[in-house]
Design a protein around this ligand. Sequence first.
Ligand code: XIL
Length: 370
Amino acid sequence: MEQSCVGIRAAASLNWIVMTQITRRHFLQAAAAASLSVPTAALAQRATSAFGSAAQIEFFRTDPRYREALLRYCDVIVPMNDLKWEALRHTRDGFDFSGADELIGFARNAGKTLRGHTLVWGDALPPWAKEMKTAAEAERELIRHIETVVDRYKGVIASWDVVNEVIAHDPLAGAGALRDTIWLRLLGPGYIETAFRTAARVDPSARLVLNDYDFENPDPRTRARREEAIRIIRRLKDKGIPIHTVGFQAHLYGERDMDGPGLQKFCLDLSKLDVGTVVTELDVIDWRFPPEPAARDQAAANLVQSFLSAMSLINRPEAIITWGMSDANSWISTTFKRDDRRPSRPLPLDVNYKPKPMMKVIEQFTRARV
Ligand code: XIL
């Protein structure tokens, strides 16, 4: 299974470090502007976030336009599903890296940086993992998984979603602040520490990310989710366990208000803890938007604009990643179907890979160019 990845490891991690340092310089400038009122024009001039997209292997393999869009626009590529447990761990004892290696090889050959999604998640588990019964078994598998996967791509995958969706959907609902998963049930909250500690031990130079959703709306549930993220980070830091970045999935609901001030406050709180931000899965859930394509695309662009403006005021996100490039292929079309059955338009390129207004907005905040 293990062919070595050494070769261009150094180059890949250097790439990411340079990117992060540029971000940090802007952080220092922006910290002075913590009054939270930098005009958009000023932001545009300081556009330095890397841009990237998730890549779904089925379309990557079959559609040349899919590959061309990744090559043309992206600094960063993220295997969408091929680093999840259900892709890597068909059986308890083997690791199948074929899909991940295919995407990662393509990205490396093209000089792209890579993000890894994800080492620990309650979803996308193979049947045998869902049937684990004891704490000892779960801990053994968790550690072995992280050691094997992080080591294989050490220096190649520069930023890892160490844990995904660990915060309860609604921490105020009375069932605890952490999401009910097999990991929490068998190992208790300490599994988050185990995951970060193991990843840091295996690749001390990787950016280690807590990735989660619903951080951007003005309601008590969202506020409680942000507070829980801060609590998790504090607990890790108090124990000397590295965590570098919070990943904002940013599957943005068109029908929800954007909480600019709340987001800015959250980013400021994170920067005080020396924790950066990365936008990991940006797309627009447009099931409640108007039917006409032009109006829908403009509404989606406006929503992305208000989100990225708030995200970029305190500190530049380390990268802004969309969850796919083209409306031709998105999980939104199947997961959030419109009542009128019209196709979803969640991404920066339309079904013919033509840039939409959302792409122009992304240009203002990243190095991507139409
Ligand atoms: C989704 C993928 O886009 C789909 O192709 C797959 O069938 C299911 O998972 N939050 C996450 C992502 O962290 O891993 C999910 O990706 C979307 C929601």
